[in-house]
Design a protein around this ligand. Structure first.
Ligand code: SAM
Ligand code: SF4
Length: 345
């Protein structure tokens, strides 16, 4: 079993900005606001996922306080995620509160959502200063959606996407490439997304947390998808970068952009600018590692400002050089016991 290390020492030695021991400047925070979700995507969590007791999850006030602490240390981009961020009651209050820092240290506030509840939130998100969102969508076929998400929610998702467009939010679709499930429909999904004015990024399935299916069965290496796309379209490498792991291609025939995230076939750690915080306040400096710092203890301590600062200093010292994912054995244990829904995608 993977060893879990937890570090927290309370000392005051604030150092700006956040730079790790490999000289990577950290400017991007993915903040999970809940581990709960209304879908049960097969690659993400089991049907009977045990959710955390609410007392273990940070309050909205604590999430706000942490966000301010991060912004004070040079975080310029915050992505709210989960679980499904829009299932957390009053999450929009947090969006509004953090949104007030836009233009005052914070450059961008975004969200990753499954869009099942987006129709009711798109306007409020836009009013709070959100300009772009990522929506996870693996298929446009209702039965395939139900097979992947174990819930029949495609119509709500499409309504949510229409509302986002109406509200003027730029949308990027995230699609997990699944061998034998959505593999053949990926080009049509891309064509549809580009027709709607959405970018689309393909993701390889990652070995995070136990699920009922063997991920090896559905692991689809993206270089293979790229070859299939190139048989149909002209793809030109794009200089577009978001500071993240995606590499982008311009599709001449659709006029849109496709991103490829290949954690398993390519290592993308060199330029990593991000850290992640779970809904319980555990800061994971790497999605693919077990190193962590307890920010909940820091934010609940007697001197939260100093404790948060020190916790961030520790995070910079323990951020590993690279992740250690691998899907190489059928039936092998997941590289990490944590589900993506816990760390935040
Ligand atoms: N519920 C929201 C959603 O689905 O957009 C936000 C959280 S979800 C964990 C974030 C992203 O992680 C989604 O795009 C999802 O497809 C992706 N994801 C979840 N488990 C994954 C896995 N094991 N490998 C690759 N991507 C995964
Ligand atoms: Fe929920 Fe997102 Fe995980 Fe799907 S990928 S189960 S929508 S958290």
């Amino acid at each position: 079993m993977a060893r879990v290390r937890c570090y927290l020492r309370v000392m005051t030695a604030p150092a700006l900005p956040l730079v790790d021991q490999f000289q990577r400047t950290i400017s991007y925070l993915r903040l999970s606001v809940t581990d709960r979700c209304d879908l049960r995507c097969t690659y993400c969590m089991p049907e009977r996922q045990q959710f955390l007791p609410r007392t273990e999850v940070l309050t909205l006030e604590e999430l706000h306080k942490l966000s301010l602490g991060f912004i004070a240390r040079g975080i310029t981009k915050i992505r709210l995620t989960g679980g499904e961020p829009l299932v957390r009651r009053d999450v929009i209050d947090l969006v509004r509160a953090v949104g007030r820092k836009l233009g005052d240290g914070l450059e961008e506030l975004t969200m990753t959502t499954n869009a099942t509840r987006l129709a009711g939130f798109a306007d409020d998100l836009a009013r709070a200063g959100v300009r772009r969102i990522n929506v996870s969508l693996d298929t446009l076929d209702r039965a395939t959606f139900q097979r992947i998400a174990r819930r029949d929610a495609l119509p709500q998702v499409l309504e949510g996407l229409a509302a986002a467009r109406e509200a003027g939010l730029a949308v990027k679709i995230n699609t997990v490439a699944l061998k034998g499930i959505n593999e053949d429909a990926i080009p049509d999904l891309i064509a549809w997304a580009h027709g709607q004015g959405f970018d689309l990024t393909l993701i390889e399935v990652m070995p995070l947390g136990e699920v009922e299916e063997d991920r090896f069965d559905h692991y689809l290496p993206l270089p293979q998808v790229r070859e299939a796309l190139e048989r149909r379209w002209t793809l030109t490498p794009s200089s577009h970068r978001t500071g993240g792991p995606a590499r982008y291609f311009h599709v001449e025939e659709t006029g849109g952009r496709v991103g490829l995230i290949t954690p398993l076939t390519n290592n993308f750690c060199e330029g990593c600018n991000r850290i992640r915080v779970t809904a319980t306040g555990q800061l994971y400096p790497c999605l693919g590692g077990n190193e962590r710092v307890d920010l909940r203890a820091a934010v609940r301590s007697e001197d939260p400002d100093a404790a948060i600062d020190e916790a961030l200093n520790i995070a910079m010292r323990i951020k590993p050089e690279r992740h250690n994912f691998a899907i190489d054995e059928r039936g092998g244990a997941p590289a990490l016991a944590r589900h993506m829904s816990m760390t935040g995608g």
